[in-house]
Write a protein that binds this ligand. Structure first.
Ligand SMILES: NC(=O)c1ccc[n+]([C@@H]2O[C@H](COP(=O)([O-])OP(=O)(O)OC[C@H]3O[C@@H](n4cnc5c(N)ncnc54)[C@H](OP(=O)(O)O)[C@@H]3O)[C@@H](O)[C@H]2O)c1
Length: 323
């Protein structure tokens, strides 16, 4: 038996239950790991609320780091005692778990378990967003919403390191200072200020080649207005609510815009892609160019409070559930 945070029905943070659960012995292709740190993600709140349907009952959470305790038949390249991390595998809110071994990435020396647990999902997301969907290069100007959040703080630093001018939006003055200290050249508090007008002013009315928007409902349409003709809208989340259905003719009217709605799993769907993505991330963190800021820690059994704080917009950077 092990302790885990499970949901038996969808709803608010109150549906998170601290349960005793059985842990399966690792079958063929699987590994048993003991978590040392677990990452909190906005995704977890979508799955908890039912916005992203999952089978029930289910152990929540998709990101973690730990130590291999045993491996099943056919698993090569992993042995008990290895430090590993992963993303995109439901069931991380547990002291121990079994997991498909191909999802486990060895944590290199110089990266702590806590850092790994707080960057695998968020940092690999930033990797595919700014290195593959829109390969950011010196001289580019980009807009990244929620720049002081978990994904946002990594993205701001990494994009700046690649030579971009980074415009970040945030929801408070304290977050503005944080974003500025982590790579944002221009910070807009979008609760007080019209970010479209400010972007237009910063770009001399030209607009931007790309906008990364994870806020969704509240920002989506306005984000389109920040783009130059043939610019790219990357809509990758909905922390304010799902984007309303809309007429695609709007993309034509606003300048023959491109739109993508990506998901991390589709950018790390093979073992090689998974390793290459993580390796790029680990390298930039080990270089010191991107710092992983763990600004909140909660014991695993208090995951409900972590969800409340994340959804109340009171967290910054990464959040770790401790075991
Ligand atoms: N598609 C993918 O592959 C993928 C992968 C990972 C994450 N994501 C998305 O990326 C986003 C960031 O994830 P994260 O885990 O790093 O979370 P986070 O950015 O740390 O937290 C969400 C932030 O969104 C902002 N926000 C704006 N309006 C909000 C509202 N009405 N309610 C709550 N928050 C609001 C808040 O920052 P301000 O107060 O500064 O506005 C809040 O801190 C999420 O939307 C997530 O779904 C997508």
């Amino acid at each position: 038996m092990t302790k885990a945070i499970r949901i038996h029905r969808t709803g608010g943070p109150e549906v998170l239950a601290w349960d005793d659960v059985t842990v399966d012995h690792p079958g063929p292709g699987q590994a048993l790991i003991r978590h040392t740190a677990i990452g909190l993600n906005y995704l977890d709140t979508y799955q908890r609320s039912g916005l992203y349907p999952i089978p029930l009952p289910t152990i929540l959470g998709s990101e973690g780091a730990g130590v291999v305790e045993a491996v099943g038949e056919g698993v090569t390249g992993l042995k008990p005692g290895d430090r590993v991390a992963y993303h995109s595998a439901l069931g991380s809110y547990a002291e121990r778990r079994t997991i498909p071994a191909w999802l486990l990435v060895p944590i290199p020396a110089g990266i702590t378990d806590e850092q790994a647990a707080s960057m695998m999902l968020k940092g690999c997301t930033v990797q595919y967003l700014i290195r593959r969907i829109f390969p950011v290069k010196k001289g580019d100007m980009i807009l990244f919403h929620a720049a002081a959040g978990g994904v946002g703080l990594i993205a701001s630093q990494w994009a700046k390191h690649l030579g971009a001018t980074v415009i970040g939006t945030v929801g408070s003055a304290a977050k503005a200072a944080l974003a500025k200290a982590h790579g944002c050249d221009h910070v807009i508090n979008y609760r007080d200020e019209d970010f479209v007008a400010r972007v237009r002013a910063i770009t001399g009315e030209a607009g931007l080649p790309v906008v990364f928007d994870s806020v969704g409902k509240d920002t989506f349409m306005k984000s389109l207005d920040c783009l130059r003709p043939r610019g790219l809208m990357v809509s990758f989340g909905q922390s304010s609510g799902a984007v309303e259905p809309f007429n695609i003719g709007i993309l034509s009217g606003k300048g023959s815009l491109f739109l993508t709605r990506p998901t991390l799993g589709h950018y790390t769907s093979t073992r090689q892609e998974l390793l290459d993505t993580a390796s790029d991330l680990f390298a930039v963190v080990k270089s010191g160019a991107v710092k992983i800021e763990v600004n909140q820690r909660y014991p695993l059994r208090e995951a409900a409070q972590a969800h409340r704080d994340l959804q109340a917009r009171s967290t910054t950077g990464s959040t770790v559930l401790t075991v």
